[in-house]
Every structure is written in C-alpha cells, then in structure tokens.
Design a protein around this ligand. Structure first.
Ligand code: SF4
Length: 351
C-alpha cells in the first residue's frame, strides 16, 4: 500500500464511521484537529462567493429547496442572468477577497441552448484569475467535457444524504443519477465538490452513510460542503425539528478525519450559527466558507461579520495560487502525506 492509500482511505465501513461519530466529543475534536493540521494551515480558511445565475422554477422536488416549482415559497423567479452581469458580480467578489466564484442555476440539467452562455461565464471569470465552480444539475459526459474545455475548475453536485434516506428527500432523480454526474465530472478532469445536508430528519447512521459514500469514491471530492438545513416556509421540511448543534459539528469532524486532504466547507445554515458554533466548526476542520450576502436564495451572514470573526479568531483567507501547475500541487500533497505518516509513527511510538 502506498503512503497516499494508507492515509487517504477509500474503504471505510459503516461500523467504523459510526464508531467515529460515537467518540466522546473532545476525543473526536482532538482527532479531527490533529488530522487537519497534518494537511492544512489551521488558521487559513478558503473563501468562495456564490452567485445564483438562474433562480427558482426548478422541476425537481428536493424537499428542502425553496427553488422547486412544486412548493409555494414566495421566491421570485429569475431567468438566466446576462453574461456581463455575472462577470460584474465576479469582479466585485474578487475585490472583496473571494478566490473562487461559484455559479448556481436551478435546473434539472442544463439545456443545450443555455450551454453557450454558461461557457462564456466560465471563460470570463477564469480570465480574472479566479477559480471557477458551477452547479447546474445533472450533466452528461459531453456537457462535462464542454465545461472543462471552457476552464471550469470545480463542479458541485451534492449527494444530500445516505442512499437509504434519500427517497424521503427527493423522488425526481435517483441516487445513481447523482453518482453518474459525479463520475462524468471526474472523467472530464474537473475537481469534484460534493457533500450533503444535515438536519433533514435523518439519523446519525444516515450521516455516516453519506460520508461513507463520499470518502469511498475512487478519489475524494476536493471540496465537501456540509450544509445545515435552512427551514424555508412552504417547503416540506419547513417544520423540521431543531438539530442538536453538536451533531452538526460531529459531522464536520468525521468528514475531516475521513477526507483529510479535502476542503470541508461550512455552507448553507451558517446564518443560524453563532460565532461560537462557527469557531467550533473551524476547530473540527471546516476550512472553507461562502462569503457574501446571499447563499443562493437563503441568507448568509453579512460579509463584514465574517471578516470580523476571522480577525477575532486570527484566521486568514486562503490565497489561490493560480500559477501553481497541477504537478506541483500533487507533489506538495505527497510531501504532506509522507510528513503525516512520519508524525503518526512518532505519535504511536511516544504513546
Ligand atoms: S436543490 Fe437543485 S435540483 Fe433540487 S429543487 Fe433545488 S434547484 Fe432544483
């Protein structure tokens, strides 16, 4: 087994993952923070900005989503934004410190007639020196190749929850459809952003099931958003019971341990977290956030509040080294893995 395979595991069993969730909180946090420090600067957080390029009127029935046309949430529908308008927003995001610009459209999958505009958006944002990410629904292999050709770095497509709980949340596309899209994204050579939502009435075993699916992929998603359900009036999950905040933090910590080299993103639901909870999430290994006033259609803490919190915690936004070629990054990852293995050896020897 190579050093990479030894630390970046892809063969987690559900029992092992559930045992991580069952650890005493302090032990889990210590483990997650120790792993985090082996792969990342613990005082750096990657900052992305999200722009909704087409809002509402989605034919899918995701039970948490205010953009579904099946639920009356009072959301104002907006057609696909003009390319120039998207580029203006990207410029503003760059000026306020974002290094990655994520563009989301409420589609089941992109229509061929929209692809031209979407590709122009990717090219325009990329030319500003920012990383690009899109979430447009299901992708065919050809669409994934077109996006990659335009310069798209990341594609987001979440698994949402465990395969077992999935049917309680969405019926208009299957779990396998989602896995197929992720496979098309990977095969096209793009980075994968895939995670899920916590607090939809699932049990701990479902959170373990979600993370097992993600971590057992041939390659871990480079970005793993862990969302906390935002209960929106009019959606089927509007009256969902409160989630114990520690269950959310545990999910972040277990994701960090299972996918040590991935960015774990504190995503939707941050609005409802106080500063103490957000800082616990950073301690558990979250190292990416969305910055800006809106997270697609749900509120996100005011951008300047984020920067104030960063200042109080001594956190710096992670910079994006556009000039680093892929091989250099791979070499750096390899070095971190070897270093982490050595640390583990000395830790074991000392205990
Ligand atoms: S989550 Fe995406 S696919 Fe599901 S209803 Fe909302 S916009 Fe549509």
């Amino acid at each position: 087994m190579t050093a990479e395979q030894n630390l970046l595991r892809h063969n987690w069993t559900r029992a092992e993952v559930e045992a991580l969730f069952d650890l005493p909180f302090n032990d889990l946090m210590f483990r997650a923070q120790s792993v985090h420090r082996q792969f990342f600067d613990p005082n750096e957080v990657q900052v992305s900005t999200l722009c909704s390029i087409k809002t509402g009127a989605c034919p899918e029935d995701c039970a948490y989503c205010p953009q579904s046309s099946r639920y009356d949430t009072g959301l104002e529908r907006e057609k696909l934004m003009a390319v120039e308008k998207v580029l203006e927003e990207a410029r503003a995001a760059k000026d306020s410190g974002a290094t990655r610009f994520c563009m989301g459209a409420a589609w089941r999958s992109p229509h061929q007639r929209d692809m031209k505009y979407v590709l122009d958006m990717v090219k325009g944002v990329k030319s500003m020196g920012m990383e690009t990410c899109m979430t447009l629904g299901m992708l065919t292999a050809d669409q994934a190749l077109e996006l990659k050709g335009a310069g798209l770095d990341y594609y987001n497509h979440n698994l949402d929850t465990s395969p077992e709980y999935y049917d309680c949340i969405i019926t208009t596309r299957t779990y396998q459809d989602r896995l197929d899209t992720l496979e098309n994204v990977r095969a096209a050579g793009m980075k994968v952003c895939a995670g899920g939502i916590v607090g939809m009435g699932e049990e701990q075993k479902d959170r373990a099931g979600l993370l097992t699916q993600l971590a057992n992929m041939d390659q871990h998603p480079e970005s793993v958003p862990i969302n906390m359900l935002v209960r929106v009036a009019g959606t089927p999950l509007a009256e969902q019971a409160d989630l114990d905040p520690f269950d959310f933090i545990r999910t972040i910590a277990v994701a960090r341990i299972m996918m040590p080299a991935s960015h774990v993103r504190l995503s939707a639901g941050r609005e409802e977290m106080n500063d103490q909870m957000q800082s616990l999430a950073f301690l558990a290994g979250a190292n990416s956030i969305f910055y800006g006033e809106k997270l697609l259609t749900t509120p996100n803490p005011e951008a300047n509040e984020d920067m104030q919190l960063f200042k109080r915690l001594g956190i710096r936004p992670e910079s994006y080294h556009a000039e680093e070629p892929e091989e250099v990054l791979e070499e750096q990852l390899h070095e971190k893995i070897v270093q982490a293995q050595n640390d583990q050896f000395f830790y074991n020897a000392a205990n």
